[in-house]
Design a protein around this ligand. Sequence first.
Ligand code: DON
Length: 576
Amino acid sequence: MQQFRTLFVAITLALTTLSAAFAASPAPAEGQNGMVVTAQHLASQVGIDVLKRGGNAVDAAVAVGYALAVVYPTAGNLGGGGFMTIRLKDGKTTFLDFRERAPLASTKTMYLDKDGNPIDGASTDGYLAIGTPGSVAGFETAREKYGTMERGELLAPAIELATEGFVLEPGDIASFANGNAMLAKDPAAAKIFLKDGKPLELGAKLVQTDLAKSLKAISEEGSSAFYKGEIADLIVKASEANGGILAKEDFEQYKVRELAPVQCSYRGYDIVSSPPPSSGGLVICEILNVLEGYPISYLGYGSAETIRLMVEAMRHAYVDRNTALGDPDFVENPVTRLTSKAYAEEIRSRIDPYRAGVSKALTINGGTESKETTHYSIIDKDGNAVAVTYTLNGSFGIGKVAEGTGILLNNEMDDFTIKPGVPNLYGLVQGEANAIEPRKSPLSSMSPTIVSKDGKPFMVIGSPGGSRIITITLEAIMNVIDHGMSLQEAIDAPRIHHQWLPDKVYMEPYALSPDTLRLLAGMGYDVGIDPDWTIWGEAAGILIGGKNLKEIEAGDGARYYGAIDSRASSGAAIGY
Ligand code: DON
Protein backbone atom coordinates (compact mmCIF):
# COMPACT_ATOMS: atom_id res chain seq x y z
CA MET A 1 0.00 0.00 0.00
CA GLN A 2 2.79 2.37 1.01
CA GLN A 3 4.57 1.45 -2.23
CA PHE A 4 1.45 2.25 -4.24
CA ARG A 5 1.11 5.60 -2.52
CA THR A 6 4.73 6.52 -3.27
CA LEU A 7 4.24 5.59 -6.92
CA PHE A 8 1.04 7.64 -7.07
CA VAL A 9 2.75 10.69 -5.58
CA ALA A 10 5.67 10.29 -7.99
CA ILE A 11 3.38 10.09 -11.02
CA THR A 12 1.36 13.08 -9.84
CA LEU A 13 4.49 15.16 -9.32
CA ALA A 14 5.80 14.17 -12.74
CA LEU A 15 2.48 15.15 -14.34
CA THR A 16 2.42 18.44 -12.45
CA THR A 17 5.89 19.32 -13.68
CA LEU A 18 5.03 18.26 -17.21
CA SER A 19 1.72 20.04 -17.25
CA ALA A 20 3.39 23.42 -17.70
CA ALA A 21 4.60 22.27 -21.10
CA PHE A 22 1.06 21.36 -22.11
CA ALA A 23 -0.79 24.36 -20.69
CA ALA A 24 -3.49 25.83 -22.87
CA SER A 25 -2.10 29.35 -23.38
CA PRO A 26 -0.46 30.33 -26.64
CA ALA A 27 3.17 31.47 -26.65
CA PRO A 28 3.78 35.10 -25.67
CA ALA A 29 4.77 37.62 -28.39
CA GLU A 30 8.51 38.04 -28.97
CA GLY A 31 10.70 41.06 -29.59
CA GLN A 32 14.40 41.95 -29.69
CA ASN A 33 14.21 45.75 -29.56
CA GLY A 34 11.04 46.64 -27.77
CA MET A 35 7.67 45.44 -26.56
CA VAL A 36 4.35 47.22 -26.09
CA VAL A 37 1.36 45.51 -24.47
CA THR A 38 -1.94 47.38 -24.22
CA ALA A 39 -5.66 46.65 -24.10
CA GLN A 40 -6.26 47.89 -27.67
CA HIS A 41 -4.25 46.75 -30.68
CA LEU A 42 -4.13 50.17 -32.40
CA ALA A 43 -2.69 51.73 -29.24
CA SER A 44 -0.05 48.97 -29.04
CA GLN A 45 0.91 49.80 -32.63
CA VAL A 46 1.16 53.52 -31.75
CA GLY A 47 3.61 52.61 -28.98
CA ILE A 48 5.71 50.37 -31.22
CA ASP A 49 5.86 53.07 -33.91
CA VAL A 50 7.21 55.55 -31.36
CA LEU A 51 9.88 53.05 -30.28
CA LYS A 52 10.81 52.38 -33.91
CA ARG A 53 11.18 56.11 -34.52
CA GLY A 54 13.74 56.21 -31.71
CA GLY A 55 11.54 57.27 -28.82
CA ASN A 56 12.12 55.72 -25.43
CA ALA A 57 9.65 53.72 -23.31
CA VAL A 58 8.33 56.90 -21.64
CA ASP A 59 7.69 58.53 -25.04
CA ALA A 60 5.82 55.40 -26.09
CA ALA A 61 3.86 55.36 -22.82
CA VAL A 62 2.73 58.96 -23.36
CA ALA A 63 1.69 58.32 -26.98
CA VAL A 64 -0.15 55.16 -25.91
CA GLY A 65 -1.89 57.03 -23.08
CA TYR A 66 -3.29 59.59 -25.52
CA ALA A 67 -4.12 56.92 -28.11
CA LEU A 68 -6.05 54.75 -25.65
CA ALA A 69 -8.17 57.79 -24.78
CA VAL A 70 -9.35 57.58 -28.40
CA VAL A 71 -9.48 53.85 -29.19
CA TYR A 72 -10.34 52.46 -25.75
CA PRO A 73 -12.80 54.97 -24.27
CA THR A 74 -14.06 52.51 -21.67
CA ALA A 75 -10.92 53.20 -19.63
CA GLY A 76 -8.34 55.08 -21.69
CA ASN A 77 -8.87 58.71 -20.88
CA LEU A 78 -8.09 62.39 -20.62
CA GLY A 79 -10.78 62.86 -17.98
CA GLY A 80 -9.46 60.41 -15.39
CA GLY A 81 -6.16 59.69 -13.72
CA GLY A 82 -3.56 57.07 -12.97
CA PHE A 83 -0.05 56.06 -12.12
CA MET A 84 3.19 55.47 -14.00
CA THR A 85 6.02 53.36 -12.61
CA ILE A 86 9.32 53.93 -14.40
CA ARG A 87 12.56 51.96 -14.29
CA LEU A 88 15.30 53.59 -16.33
CA LYS A 89 18.10 51.68 -18.00
CA ASP A 90 20.52 52.76 -15.24
CA GLY A 91 18.31 51.12 -12.61
CA LYS A 92 16.82 54.36 -11.26
CA THR A 93 13.14 53.95 -10.43
CA THR A 94 10.45 56.55 -9.95
CA PHE A 95 6.70 56.91 -9.81
CA LEU A 96 4.33 59.55 -11.16
CA ASP A 97 1.01 60.01 -9.39
CA PHE A 98 -1.51 61.68 -11.65
CA ARG A 99 -4.57 60.40 -9.89
CA GLU A 100 -7.69 62.51 -9.50
CA ARG A 101 -7.95 64.84 -6.50
CA ALA A 102 -11.13 65.71 -4.59
CA PRO A 103 -12.55 69.08 -5.69
CA LEU A 104 -12.01 72.02 -3.32
CA ALA A 105 -15.72 72.14 -2.53
CA SER A 106 -15.91 68.44 -1.57
CA THR A 107 -16.79 67.41 1.97
CA LYS A 108 -16.52 64.24 4.00
CA THR A 109 -20.27 63.69 4.04
CA MET A 110 -21.12 64.88 0.53
CA TYR A 111 -22.62 61.54 -0.51
CA LEU A 112 -24.77 61.07 2.62
CA ASP A 113 -28.41 62.07 3.15
CA LYS A 114 -29.64 64.00 6.17
CA ASP A 115 -29.82 60.78 8.19
CA GLY A 116 -26.21 59.97 7.39
CA ASN A 117 -26.98 57.20 4.88
CA PRO A 118 -25.26 56.95 1.47
CA ILE A 119 -27.37 58.40 -1.35
CA ASP A 120 -27.71 55.73 -3.99
CA GLY A 121 -25.46 56.42 -7.00
CA ALA A 122 -24.28 59.85 -5.78
CA SER A 123 -20.60 58.86 -5.77
CA THR A 124 -20.77 56.89 -9.02
CA ASP A 125 -23.33 58.28 -11.44
CA GLY A 126 -23.40 62.04 -11.92
CA TYR A 127 -21.14 65.06 -12.11
CA LEU A 128 -20.76 65.02 -8.31
CA ALA A 129 -18.74 61.79 -8.67
CA ILE A 130 -15.91 63.45 -10.61
CA GLY A 131 -12.46 63.98 -9.16
CA THR A 132 -10.20 66.62 -10.75
CA PRO A 133 -8.61 64.73 -13.67
CA GLY A 134 -4.85 64.12 -13.76
CA SER A 135 -4.07 62.17 -16.94
CA VAL A 136 -3.00 65.08 -19.15
CA ALA A 137 -0.75 66.57 -16.46
CA GLY A 138 0.67 63.09 -15.84
CA PHE A 139 1.57 62.45 -19.47
CA GLU A 140 3.06 65.90 -19.92
CA THR A 141 5.15 65.58 -16.75
CA ALA A 142 6.38 62.15 -17.84
CA ARG A 143 7.33 63.45 -21.27
CA GLU A 144 9.07 66.58 -19.98
CA LYS A 145 11.05 64.74 -17.30
CA TYR A 146 11.80 61.37 -18.84
CA GLY A 147 10.79 61.48 -22.50
CA THR A 148 12.85 62.55 -25.50
CA MET A 149 10.29 63.47 -28.15
CA GLU A 150 8.28 66.60 -28.87
CA ARG A 151 4.74 66.83 -27.53
CA GLY A 152 3.30 67.18 -31.02
CA GLU A 153 4.94 63.96 -32.21
CA LEU A 154 3.45 61.98 -29.34
CA LEU A 155 -0.05 63.40 -29.71
CA ALA A 156 -0.16 63.09 -33.51
CA PRO A 157 -1.24 59.43 -33.66
CA ALA A 158 -4.11 60.02 -31.19
CA ILE A 159 -5.22 63.12 -33.12
CA GLU A 160 -5.22 61.14 -36.34
CA LEU A 161 -7.20 58.25 -34.82
CA ALA A 162 -9.78 60.71 -33.46
CA THR A 163 -9.99 62.79 -36.66
CA GLU A 164 -9.97 59.99 -39.23
CA GLY A 165 -11.73 57.50 -37.00
CA PHE A 166 -11.00 53.82 -36.57
CA VAL A 167 -12.95 50.76 -37.61
CA LEU A 168 -14.62 48.90 -34.75
CA GLU A 169 -13.60 45.27 -34.49
CA PRO A 170 -15.33 42.60 -32.38
CA GLY A 171 -13.18 43.41 -29.33
CA ASP A 172 -14.12 47.09 -29.51
CA ILE A 173 -17.80 46.24 -29.84
CA ALA A 174 -17.47 44.00 -26.76
CA SER A 175 -15.94 46.80 -24.73
CA PHE A 176 -18.79 49.13 -25.70
CA ALA A 177 -21.44 46.57 -24.78
CA ASN A 178 -21.11 47.50 -21.09
CA GLY A 179 -21.50 51.19 -21.68
CA ASN A 180 -24.08 51.68 -24.42
CA ALA A 181 -27.10 51.99 -22.09
CA MET A 182 -25.34 54.50 -19.88
CA LEU A 183 -23.89 56.50 -22.79
CA ALA A 184 -27.33 56.69 -24.40
CA LYS A 185 -28.59 58.73 -21.43
CA ASP A 186 -26.13 61.58 -21.99
CA PRO A 187 -26.88 63.54 -25.18
CA ALA A 188 -23.23 64.67 -25.58
CA ALA A 189 -21.94 61.09 -25.20
CA ALA A 190 -24.70 59.55 -27.31
CA LYS A 191 -23.84 61.86 -30.22
CA ILE A 192 -20.35 60.37 -30.30
CA PHE A 193 -20.65 56.77 -29.16
CA LEU A 194 -24.04 55.77 -30.57
CA LYS A 195 -25.64 56.15 -33.98
CA ASP A 196 -29.24 57.41 -33.93
CA GLY A 197 -29.46 56.18 -30.34
CA LYS A 198 -28.35 52.65 -31.29
CA PRO A 199 -25.08 50.91 -30.40
CA LEU A 200 -22.33 51.21 -33.01
CA GLU A 201 -22.05 48.16 -35.19
CA LEU A 202 -19.17 45.95 -36.16
CA GLY A 203 -17.20 47.58 -38.96
CA ALA A 204 -18.51 51.08 -38.18
CA LYS A 205 -15.98 53.88 -38.01
CA LEU A 206 -15.77 55.83 -34.76
CA VAL A 207 -14.81 59.43 -35.48
CA GLN A 208 -14.38 61.76 -32.46
CA THR A 209 -14.18 65.33 -33.76
CA ASP A 210 -14.44 67.15 -30.44
CA LEU A 211 -11.87 64.86 -28.84
CA ALA A 212 -9.54 65.56 -31.78
CA LYS A 213 -10.00 69.28 -31.12
CA SER A 214 -9.13 68.83 -27.42
CA LEU A 215 -6.07 66.73 -28.30
CA LYS A 216 -4.95 69.35 -30.82
CA ALA A 217 -5.25 72.07 -28.19
CA ILE A 218 -3.09 70.00 -25.82
CA SER A 219 -0.64 69.33 -28.63
CA GLU A 220 -0.30 73.05 -29.35
CA GLU A 221 -0.46 74.56 -25.86
CA GLY A 222 0.52 71.72 -23.54
CA SER A 223 -1.34 70.76 -20.40
CA SER A 224 -2.38 74.38 -19.78
CA ALA A 225 -4.91 73.86 -22.60
CA PHE A 226 -6.56 71.30 -20.35
CA TYR A 227 -6.07 72.93 -16.92
CA LYS A 228 -6.16 76.64 -17.66
CA GLY A 229 -7.87 76.99 -21.04
CA GLU A 230 -11.09 76.19 -22.81
CA ILE A 231 -11.20 72.50 -21.92
CA ALA A 232 -11.34 73.25 -18.18
CA ASP A 233 -13.95 75.95 -18.84
CA LEU A 234 -16.17 73.52 -20.75
CA ILE A 235 -15.89 70.79 -18.10
CA VAL A 236 -16.65 73.28 -15.30
CA LYS A 237 -19.62 74.61 -17.31
CA ALA A 238 -21.01 71.10 -17.78
CA SER A 239 -20.42 70.35 -14.11
CA GLU A 240 -22.22 73.52 -12.97
CA ALA A 241 -25.16 72.77 -15.25
CA ASN A 242 -25.47 69.24 -13.91
CA GLY A 243 -25.18 69.53 -10.13
CA GLY A 244 -21.39 69.08 -9.90
CA ILE A 245 -18.93 71.04 -7.78
CA LEU A 246 -15.88 71.25 -10.06
CA ALA A 247 -14.45 74.78 -10.24
CA LYS A 248 -11.81 76.30 -12.50
CA GLU A 249 -9.54 76.54 -9.47
CA ASP A 250 -9.58 72.75 -9.11
CA PHE A 251 -8.00 72.50 -12.54
CA GLU A 252 -5.60 75.42 -12.08
CA GLN A 253 -4.10 74.03 -8.90
CA TYR A 254 -3.83 70.36 -10.02
CA LYS A 255 -0.32 69.01 -9.51
CA VAL A 256 1.33 65.72 -10.41
CA ARG A 257 3.33 64.16 -7.58
CA GLU A 258 6.59 62.37 -8.23
CA LEU A 259 6.97 59.82 -5.46
CA ALA A 260 9.36 57.06 -4.50
CA PRO A 261 7.84 53.73 -5.46
CA VAL A 262 7.21 51.08 -2.81
CA GLN A 263 10.03 48.54 -2.87
CA CYS A 264 10.44 45.04 -1.54
CA SER A 265 12.15 41.78 -2.39
CA TYR A 266 10.65 38.36 -3.01
CA ARG A 267 12.93 35.32 -3.20
CA GLY A 268 15.76 37.46 -4.56
CA TYR A 269 13.64 39.48 -7.00
CA ASP A 270 13.32 43.23 -6.47
CA ILE A 271 9.87 44.67 -6.82
CA VAL A 272 8.95 48.32 -7.33
CA SER A 273 5.32 49.27 -7.39
CA SER A 274 2.78 51.93 -6.54
CA PRO A 275 3.04 53.79 -3.21
CA PRO A 276 0.14 55.63 -1.53
CA PRO A 277 -2.20 57.10 -2.74
CA SER A 278 -2.28 53.60 -4.14
CA SER A 279 -2.46 50.69 -1.78
CA GLY A 280 -1.32 48.39 -4.59
CA GLY A 281 2.44 48.13 -4.19
CA LEU A 282 2.27 48.04 -0.45
CA VAL A 283 -0.32 45.28 -0.34
CA ILE A 284 1.53 43.23 -2.97
CA CYS A 285 4.73 43.56 -0.91
CA GLU A 286 2.99 42.67 2.34
CA ILE A 287 1.47 39.54 0.81
CA LEU A 288 4.73 38.48 -0.88
CA ASN A 289 6.69 39.02 2.34
CA VAL A 290 4.32 36.68 4.17
CA LEU A 291 4.39 34.05 1.40
CA GLU A 292 8.18 34.12 1.16
CA GLY A 293 8.22 32.16 4.42
CA TYR A 294 6.49 29.17 2.81
CA PRO A 295 7.63 26.75 0.06
CA ILE A 296 4.95 27.89 -2.39
CA SER A 297 6.66 26.34 -5.39
CA TYR A 298 6.76 22.93 -3.68
CA LEU A 299 3.18 23.24 -2.43
CA GLY A 300 2.08 23.89 -6.03
CA TYR A 301 -0.25 26.12 -8.01
CA GLY A 302 -3.87 25.80 -6.89
CA SER A 303 -3.23 23.34 -4.07
CA ALA A 304 -5.37 23.75 -0.96
CA GLU A 305 -2.26 24.56 1.07
CA THR A 306 -1.04 27.27 -1.33
CA ILE A 307 -4.52 28.80 -1.55
CA ARG A 308 -4.92 28.78 2.23
CA LEU A 309 -1.62 30.63 2.71
CA MET A 310 -2.40 33.13 -0.06
CA VAL A 311 -5.82 33.82 1.41
CA GLU A 312 -4.47 34.38 4.92
CA ALA A 313 -1.75 36.72 3.61
CA MET A 314 -4.38 38.59 1.56
CA ARG A 315 -6.73 38.83 4.55
CA HIS A 316 -4.05 40.48 6.70
CA ALA A 317 -2.81 42.79 3.96
CA TYR A 318 -6.29 43.99 2.91
CA VAL A 319 -7.31 44.81 6.49
CA ASP A 320 -4.25 47.06 6.63
CA ARG A 321 -5.15 48.53 3.24
CA ASN A 322 -8.72 49.24 4.17
CA THR A 323 -8.10 50.68 7.60
CA ALA A 324 -4.69 52.33 7.63
CA LEU A 325 -3.94 53.79 4.20
CA GLY A 326 -4.75 57.03 2.45
CA ASP A 327 -3.32 59.96 0.51
CA PRO A 328 0.23 60.59 1.85
CA ASP A 329 -0.33 64.36 2.02
CA PHE A 330 -3.15 63.76 4.51
CA VAL A 331 -2.37 60.62 6.51
CA GLU A 332 0.76 58.99 7.88
CA ASN A 333 1.02 55.69 6.00
CA PRO A 334 2.93 53.00 7.90
CA VAL A 335 4.81 51.99 4.74
CA THR A 336 8.04 50.88 6.41
CA ARG A 337 6.30 48.73 8.98
CA LEU A 338 3.82 47.14 6.58
CA THR A 339 6.51 46.21 4.06
CA SER A 340 9.01 44.90 6.62
CA LYS A 341 10.05 41.25 6.82
CA ALA A 342 9.55 41.44 10.61
CA TYR A 343 5.90 42.37 10.17
CA ALA A 344 5.48 39.46 7.74
CA GLU A 345 6.93 37.14 10.37
CA GLU A 346 4.43 38.51 12.88
CA ILE A 347 1.57 37.80 10.47
CA ARG A 348 2.85 34.27 9.80
CA SER A 349 2.88 33.59 13.53
CA ARG A 350 -0.81 34.56 13.66
CA ILE A 351 -1.88 32.23 10.85
CA ASP A 352 -3.65 29.14 12.19
CA PRO A 353 -2.20 26.09 10.37
CA TYR A 354 -5.47 24.17 10.51
CA ARG A 355 -8.38 26.58 10.42
CA ALA A 356 -9.46 29.53 8.28
CA GLY A 357 -8.81 32.93 9.84
CA VAL A 358 -11.79 35.15 10.69
CA SER A 359 -11.78 38.61 9.10
CA LYS A 360 -13.98 40.25 11.73
CA ALA A 361 -11.45 39.23 14.40
CA LEU A 362 -8.79 41.21 12.53
CA THR A 363 -10.38 44.64 12.73
CA ILE A 364 -7.43 46.68 13.88
CA ASN A 365 -8.75 50.18 13.17
CA GLY A 366 -11.66 50.17 11.88
CA GLY A 367 -22.66 44.75 -8.29
CA THR A 368 -23.30 43.64 -11.48
CA GLU A 369 -22.08 46.98 -12.69
CA SER A 370 -19.22 46.85 -15.14
CA LYS A 371 -15.85 48.19 -14.05
CA GLU A 372 -12.96 49.32 -16.15
CA THR A 373 -9.42 50.54 -15.89
CA THR A 374 -6.55 49.79 -18.19
CA HIS A 375 -2.94 48.79 -17.77
CA TYR A 376 -0.10 48.83 -20.29
CA SER A 377 3.50 47.70 -20.14
CA ILE A 378 6.35 48.95 -22.33
CA ILE A 379 10.07 48.29 -22.66
CA ASP A 380 12.48 49.85 -25.16
CA LYS A 381 15.74 48.78 -26.82
CA ASP A 382 17.82 50.23 -23.97
CA GLY A 383 15.88 48.43 -21.26
CA ASN A 384 13.90 51.44 -19.98
CA ALA A 385 10.67 49.98 -18.63
CA VAL A 386 7.34 51.68 -17.97
CA ALA A 387 4.16 50.36 -16.35
CA VAL A 388 1.04 52.51 -16.51
CA THR A 389 -2.39 51.90 -15.01
CA TYR A 390 -5.00 54.63 -15.54
CA THR A 391 -8.73 54.79 -15.29
CA LEU A 392 -12.06 56.54 -15.26
CA ASN A 393 -12.93 54.11 -12.41
CA GLY A 394 -16.19 52.59 -13.70
CA SER A 395 -16.48 51.60 -17.35
CA PHE A 396 -16.72 54.94 -19.26
CA GLY A 397 -16.61 56.72 -15.84
CA ILE A 398 -19.87 58.58 -15.25
CA GLY A 399 -20.72 57.89 -18.90
CA LYS A 400 -20.98 61.59 -19.63
CA VAL A 401 -19.02 63.86 -21.95
CA ALA A 402 -18.58 67.56 -21.23
CA GLU A 403 -20.23 69.17 -24.29
CA GLY A 404 -17.69 70.33 -26.86
CA THR A 405 -14.72 68.44 -25.42
CA GLY A 406 -15.30 64.80 -26.46
CA ILE A 407 -13.89 63.92 -23.03
CA LEU A 408 -15.51 61.27 -20.84
CA LEU A 409 -15.37 62.05 -17.12
CA ASN A 410 -14.41 59.82 -14.20
CA ASN A 411 -16.32 58.66 -11.12
CA GLU A 412 -13.19 58.24 -9.02
CA MET A 413 -14.72 59.89 -5.92
CA ASP A 414 -16.35 56.51 -5.20
CA ASP A 415 -12.91 55.15 -4.26
CA PHE A 416 -13.05 57.28 -1.09
CA THR A 417 -14.72 56.03 2.07
CA ILE A 418 -18.23 57.31 1.47
CA LYS A 419 -19.14 56.15 4.97
CA PRO A 420 -16.95 53.96 7.20
CA GLY A 421 -18.14 50.37 7.01
CA VAL A 422 -20.18 50.81 3.81
CA PRO A 423 -18.76 48.90 0.80
CA ASN A 424 -17.89 50.80 -2.39
CA LEU A 425 -18.20 49.73 -6.06
CA TYR A 426 -15.59 47.02 -5.44
CA GLY A 427 -17.03 45.83 -2.13
CA LEU A 428 -14.17 47.47 -0.24
CA VAL A 429 -15.06 48.36 3.32
CA GLN A 430 -12.80 51.27 4.23
CA GLY A 431 -12.09 53.64 7.12
CA GLU A 432 -11.27 57.19 8.17
CA ALA A 433 -7.80 57.33 6.61
CA ASN A 434 -9.52 57.38 3.22
CA ALA A 435 -12.26 59.91 4.10
CA ILE A 436 -13.00 62.70 1.62
CA GLU A 437 -11.11 65.98 2.01
CA PRO A 438 -10.54 68.74 -0.55
CA ARG A 439 -7.45 68.15 -2.74
CA LYS A 440 -7.05 64.59 -1.40
CA SER A 441 -6.75 61.58 -3.70
CA PRO A 442 -8.93 58.57 -3.02
CA LEU A 443 -7.06 55.40 -2.11
CA SER A 444 -6.41 53.26 -5.18
CA SER A 445 -5.59 49.62 -5.85
CA MET A 446 -3.81 50.26 -9.14
CA SER A 447 -0.46 48.49 -9.14
CA PRO A 448 1.82 49.23 -12.08
CA THR A 449 4.77 47.04 -11.12
CA ILE A 450 8.30 46.40 -12.34
CA VAL A 451 10.32 43.43 -11.09
CA SER A 452 14.08 43.23 -11.51
CA LYS A 453 16.72 40.64 -10.73
CA ASP A 454 20.43 41.25 -10.19
CA GLY A 455 20.05 44.86 -11.33
CA LYS A 456 18.31 43.98 -14.60
CA PRO A 457 14.64 44.32 -15.51
CA PHE A 458 12.79 41.00 -15.19
CA MET A 459 9.06 41.66 -15.52
CA VAL A 460 6.67 44.55 -16.17
CA ILE A 461 3.12 43.87 -15.05
CA GLY A 462 -0.22 45.31 -13.99
CA SER A 463 -3.96 45.03 -14.60
CA PRO A 464 -7.35 46.65 -14.21
CA GLY A 465 -9.82 44.96 -11.86
CA GLY A 466 -10.79 47.30 -9.00
CA SER A 467 -9.81 45.84 -5.65
CA ARG A 468 -8.64 42.69 -7.47
CA ILE A 469 -5.89 44.55 -9.33
CA ILE A 470 -3.61 43.78 -6.42
CA THR A 471 -4.17 40.04 -6.35
CA ILE A 472 -4.20 39.78 -10.15
CA THR A 473 -0.77 41.43 -10.31
CA LEU A 474 0.47 39.39 -7.37
CA GLU A 475 -0.66 36.09 -8.89
CA ALA A 476 0.98 36.85 -12.25
CA ILE A 477 4.28 37.44 -10.43
CA MET A 478 3.90 34.28 -8.31
CA ASN A 479 2.94 32.19 -11.33
CA VAL A 480 6.19 33.14 -13.05
CA ILE A 481 8.53 33.04 -10.04
CA ASP A 482 7.00 30.24 -7.94
CA HIS A 483 5.23 28.08 -10.49
CA GLY A 484 7.50 28.41 -13.51
CA MET A 485 4.70 29.35 -15.90
CA SER A 486 5.35 31.16 -19.14
CA LEU A 487 4.29 34.82 -19.08
CA GLN A 488 1.12 34.09 -21.06
CA GLU A 489 0.22 31.12 -18.84
CA ALA A 490 0.91 33.19 -15.73
CA ILE A 491 -1.49 35.88 -16.92
CA ASP A 492 -4.16 33.50 -18.19
CA ALA A 493 -4.19 31.10 -15.22
CA PRO A 494 -7.46 31.13 -13.23
CA ARG A 495 -7.37 33.45 -10.21
CA ILE A 496 -8.51 33.62 -6.63
CA HIS A 497 -9.08 36.69 -4.46
CA HIS A 498 -9.73 37.61 -0.84
CA GLN A 499 -10.00 41.21 0.42
CA TRP A 500 -10.60 40.84 4.16
CA LEU A 501 -14.30 41.79 3.86
CA PRO A 502 -16.50 40.19 2.73
CA ASP A 503 -14.86 37.17 4.38
CA LYS A 504 -15.04 35.04 1.25
CA VAL A 505 -12.55 33.46 -1.11
CA TYR A 506 -13.56 34.36 -4.67
CA MET A 507 -12.40 32.12 -7.48
CA GLU A 508 -12.65 32.19 -11.22
CA PRO A 509 -14.48 29.23 -12.77
CA TYR A 510 -12.22 26.13 -12.77
CA ALA A 511 -9.57 27.79 -10.56
CA LEU A 512 -9.89 25.04 -7.96
CA SER A 513 -10.73 21.37 -8.31
CA PRO A 514 -13.68 19.89 -6.40
CA ASP A 515 -11.39 18.04 -4.00
CA THR A 516 -9.36 21.21 -3.33
CA LEU A 517 -12.63 22.98 -2.63
CA ARG A 518 -13.61 20.22 -0.19
CA LEU A 519 -10.28 20.52 1.62
CA LEU A 520 -10.67 24.29 1.92
CA ALA A 521 -14.29 24.01 3.07
CA GLY A 522 -13.14 21.50 5.68
CA MET A 523 -10.79 24.12 7.10
CA GLY A 524 -13.61 26.65 7.27
CA TYR A 525 -13.12 28.65 4.08
CA ASP A 526 -16.13 30.04 2.25
CA VAL A 527 -15.04 29.66 -1.39
CA GLY A 528 -17.14 30.44 -4.42
CA ILE A 529 -17.60 32.08 -7.78
CA ASP A 530 -18.83 35.66 -7.58
CA PRO A 531 -21.87 35.87 -9.89
CA ASP A 532 -21.67 39.67 -9.95
CA TRP A 533 -18.13 39.80 -11.22
CA THR A 534 -17.47 38.29 -14.60
CA ILE A 535 -14.28 40.14 -15.51
CA TRP A 536 -11.16 39.32 -13.57
CA GLY A 537 -8.94 42.03 -14.99
CA GLU A 538 -6.91 42.22 -18.16
CA ALA A 539 -3.29 41.89 -17.17
CA ALA A 540 -0.66 43.18 -19.61
CA GLY A 541 2.88 42.04 -19.01
CA ILE A 542 6.42 41.77 -20.30
CA LEU A 543 9.03 39.19 -19.31
CA ILE A 544 12.64 39.82 -20.11
CA GLY A 545 15.09 37.18 -21.34
CA GLY A 546 12.79 34.20 -21.78
CA LYS A 547 9.19 33.15 -21.94
CA ASN A 548 9.51 31.52 -18.54
CA LEU A 549 11.97 31.34 -15.67
CA LYS A 550 13.61 28.17 -16.99
CA GLU A 551 14.48 29.85 -20.29
CA ILE A 552 15.65 33.02 -18.55
CA GLU A 553 17.93 31.03 -16.25
CA ALA A 554 19.28 28.97 -19.14
CA GLY A 555 19.92 32.22 -21.05
CA ASP A 556 18.45 30.85 -24.28
CA GLY A 557 15.31 32.95 -24.68
CA ALA A 558 14.69 35.92 -26.94
CA ARG A 559 15.13 39.34 -25.37
CA TYR A 560 11.53 40.38 -24.72
CA TYR A 561 8.24 38.51 -24.36
CA GLY A 562 4.86 40.23 -24.11
CA ALA A 563 1.46 38.89 -23.16
CA ILE A 564 -1.99 40.42 -23.07
CA ASP A 565 -4.55 38.62 -20.94
CA SER A 566 -6.74 36.15 -22.82
CA ARG A 567 -9.61 37.79 -20.92
CA ALA A 568 -8.98 41.04 -22.87
CA SER A 569 -11.18 41.61 -25.89
CA SER A 570 -9.15 43.97 -28.05
CA GLY A 571 -5.59 44.05 -26.72
CA ALA A 572 -2.29 43.14 -28.31
CA ALA A 573 1.29 42.46 -27.32
CA ILE A 574 3.50 43.71 -30.15
CA GLY A 575 7.26 43.29 -30.20
CA TYR A 576 9.87 44.26 -32.77
O1 DON B 1 -8.03 53.13 -8.42
C1 DON B 1 -8.67 52.11 -8.23
O2 DON B 1 -8.33 51.24 -7.46
C2 DON B 1 -9.95 51.89 -9.02
N1 DON B 1 -10.53 53.15 -9.38
C3 DON B 1 -9.65 51.05 -10.21
C4 DON B 1 -10.88 50.76 -11.01
C5 DON B 1 -10.73 49.57 -11.88
O3 DON B 1 -9.75 48.89 -11.89
C6 DON B 1 -11.90 49.22 -12.70
N2 DON B 1 -11.54 48.16 -13.62
N3 DON B 1 -11.74 47.06 -13.74
